[in-house]
Design a binder for this molecule. Structure first.
Ligand code: NOJ
Length: 739
């Protein structure tokens, strides 16, 4: 999918690989391959988990039986094992050390969903570069990030790890992360190979239950799930990871359509495909393979180059080659992909961690970037005018299980977290407001069901304003942490009711790994600030936003539901034959009402048809006015484009940022199209009274959709276009045509 100039440079970013010309690398690969035994070739295809320097691992490395090690982060151990590979193995092929560095290594940035909420790819790139510097200073040169799985079901715990529900936003953020990790030259110290995962459709897990099966028709696969992967491949991501799930019955780890036809043949990608943890062997559980040998064969033939801790390749590939079930050419190509990564990373020339610069963490620049990212990801959902609090808001009562939770505010996937470095909201608010702050948690952790709130309610009654930090502990989202009920856990809502009953104004701040259904919480609060787990500097960032020292810069990367039963929920839905023009909600239905009296349209009696807050939405501390979009032409050919500009003015009294969003609808097509689709966006910051004209280029190719054969088609006809500040698009659409 092509996108407009505002973000095109990011998505079409220059491939960040080799300092050496590609043909040099290919020659060196061929030379090496010619010297390798079958056992040494297969050795390169195994990734094992590290557990210190053991005689067992050292022996395997010296024998050339290990291609990569994950989860070893002690630079001395890394160097010792690397020495075994480079100096004590027959061919001296270096290892590549890998780790899940998902949203920072030691300096933790907001979870990826929070980074998505910034709508600011430059920040994502900056944060990823810092993560690469920190992690590579321990020897990690390969991260399993970014996750670009589209997630439209907030029950899925891994919604935390991606950039939300939309392919254009996710593509922009994924590409930014790749650029940040890999830089412009992967051989430079301080860089890491990115890994675009999980290929593919992992986020489509039925009912949001992790690892669950997926049914994805070709149209949806190509329109929604694949574009961020294509953007990642074209941006030069050095590696991909296939997903755990099956798609229409075929597990990704044995899926030649995805791994070969699409990724290698159509997108011409030449990186390394790693399995997910044991996902090759798990094809036996799927009921797709008879045993490990069958699984190894299907994965190798489909295009999985490296087996992550699954022991399917190490024990079976040699026999499969000898029997002719797997051609030697297939093995050679798999090994080529592994060696290419190692050459691209410069590991043959520079294999060791430089101990003089090892373990560099928490620089002032890193902490500053983490704080700015958290500020720009905080989404103001409601505000009666109580925020910002300003310099002297009177007595502030800080409460709630997330107010002082240095572990939990960092969210999922923080293997390397040192919570002593986390600054919590309580600490930051005390720093800012001193003795005006009083504190009692009320509830000790998010699942706490104890409704004896103790002294907290007395302290609340004595305050001028209550800051209630609620949400989810880190462990309630992420891998294998799906929830069927996506409300606030424990007694948090009950506690909020009690706080509100004191009559004192409550500002609720949610720190969570997913969008939570919080309609009542919004009604009980004078303002609601939503912060997906914000990381190390979450405290100072939120304190700045609350006080007004910073503006809330976040916009929703996902729709927020009213209740769990509404999910999957996403703005780019179809219109249906019965769109909601009228509805009667459950409490308004008269007794013995007639079957058709509520209006026969598409809605829930108890939730209506709209989200609580739409994708793209978020308030600031100022207001903006949007002019009517101006089009360079109202007609374009199928190979043409239209330029669109829109003038935005800050009509308020404070400086602030807004995300200008371009949406399009194709009202009549050979396949029913979504009611709206994001095509481009740009985040701008304007001083009070300042105006800026934002310009987008919309190519007709961006209006293509895919048919049941997976072919892209561009159809002539009328289209509607909005430039607006959320997917709710309250403005009048402008029309244009493809001839
Ligand atoms: C399983 C997860 O699905 C994947 O995202 C992760 O990178 C690997 N384990 C390695 O930890």
């Amino acid at each position: 999918m092509r996108i407009t100039t505002a973000i095109a440079a990011l998505i079409l970013g220059v491939s960040a690989h080799a300092a050496k010309p590609a043909h040099d690398i290919e020659t060196r690969i061929d030379d090496l391959l010619g010297k390798m035994t079958l056992e040494e070739k297969i050795g390169q295809l195994n990734q094992y988990t590290g557990s210190g320097y053991s005689p067992d691992m050292s022996g395997r490395v010296k024998a050339g039986m290990v291609g990569s090690i994950l989860n070893e982060v002690n630079p001395e151990t890394v160097n010792a094992l690397q020495r075994d590979a480079v100096e004590n193995s027959r061919l001296g092929i270096p290892l590549v050390f890998a780790r899940d560095v998902i949203h920072g290594f030691r300096t933790i940035f907001p979870i990826p969903l929070g980074q998505g909420a910034t709508w600011n790819p430059a920040l994502v790139e900056e944060g990823s570069a810092i993560a690469a510097q920190e992690a590579s200073s321990t020897g990690i040169r390969w991260t399993f990030s970014p996750m670009v799985d589209i997630a439209r079901d907030a029950r899925w715990g891994r919604i935390a790890e991606g950039y939300g529900e939309d392919p254009v936003l996710t593509s922009a953020m994924g590409v930014a992360a790749i650029k940040g990790y890999q830089g412009d030259d992967l051989t430079k110290p301080g860089t890491m190979a990115a890994c675009v995962k999980h290929f593919a459709c992992y986020g489509a897990a039925e009912s949001g239950r992790d690892y669950n099966t997926t049914w994805v028709p070709m149209e949806l696969l190509h329109d929604v799930y694949l574009p961020p992967f294509e953007a990642g491949a074209k941006a030069g991501a050095a590696t991909f990871m296939c997903s755990f799930n099956d798609i229409n019955g075929v597990p990704s780890s044995g899926n030649p359509y995805l791994l070969r036809d699409i990724l290698r043949d159509k997108w011409q990608w030449d990186g390394l495909m790693v399995s997910d943890w044991n996902s090759i062997t798990e094809m036996i559980n799927h009921g797709f393979c008879a045993d490990r040998s069958d699984a190894a064969m299907k994965a190798a033939l489909a295009g999985v180059d490296m087996d992550m801790e699954g022991h399917a390749y190490d024990n079976n590939l040699a026999a499969l080659v000898n029997s002719g079930a797997v051609p030697m050419e297939t093995i050679d190509n798999m090994v080529r992909n592994v060696l290419r990564l190692k050459f691209r990373l410069g590991l043959f020339d520079n294999p060791y961690v430089d101990m003089a610069t090892a373990n560099r963490f928490y620089t002032p620049e890193a902490l500053d970037a983490a704080r700015r990212t958290a500020e720009e990801s905080a989404i103001l959902l409601t505000n009666s005018g109580i925020l910002p609090l300003g310099k002297r808001p009177g007595k502030i009562f800080v409460t709630g299980p997330m107010a002082d939770a240095p572990h939990d505010q960092n969210g999922t996937w923080c293997f390397d977290l040192e919570k002593s470095h986390t600054v919590t909201p309580l600490a930051a608010l005390r720093e800012k407001y001193g003795k005006a702050v009083s504190y009692s948690p009320g509830l000790t952790y998010s699942r706490d069901k104890n409704t004896d709130f103790g002294k907290a309610l007395e302290m609340a009654a004595d305050a001028d304003v209550i800051l209630y930090f609620a949400g989810e502990e880190a462990v309630l989202s992420g891998e294998a942490h799906s929830r069927a009920d996506i409300t606030l856990p424990g007694a948090q809502t009950e506690y909020l009711r009690a706080l509100a009953a004191t009559g004192k104004p409550v500002v609720t701040v949610i720190m969570a790994g997913r969008p939570l259904a919080i309609p009542e919480e919004c009604n009980l609060s004078k303002a609601v600030l939503y912060s997906f787990h914000p990381g190390t500097m979450g405290g100072p960032a939120l304190a700045n936003v609350i006080s007004g020292d910073a503006a809330p810069g976040g916009r929703l990367p996902v729709s927020i539901p009213r209740m769990s039963g509404q999910v999957p929920l996403y703005y780019a839905c179809k219109n249906t034959g019965r769109p909601t023009t009228e509805m009667t909600l459950i409490d308004d239905i008269p007794l013995e009402a007639g079957q058709t009296s509520t209006g026969c349209t598409s809605f829930f009696l108890d939730a209506g048809h709209e989200p609580l807050f739409p994708f793209g939405y978020g308030l600031g501390y100022t207001s903006f006015a949007y002019g009517t979009p101006v089009l360079s032409a109202t007609e374009m050919p199928a190979d043409g484009s239209i330029d669109i500009s829109c003038t935005v003015t800050n009509t308020g009294k404070r400086s602030g940022s807004d995300v200008v969003q371009l949406y399009v609808r194709d009202p009549v097509a050979s396949l029913a199209r979504p009611v709206k689709e994001l095509k481009a966006f740009e985040k701008i910051t304007l001083a009070p009274g300042e105006s800026r004209t934002v310009s987008f280029t919309l190519p007709a190719s961006a209006l293509a959709f895919h048919n049941a054969k997976g072919e892209a088609v561009i159809e002539a006809g009328d289209f509607l276009l909005w430039v607006d500040d959320s997917s709710a698009c309250k403005s009048k659409p402008v029309e244009f045509r493809i001839k």
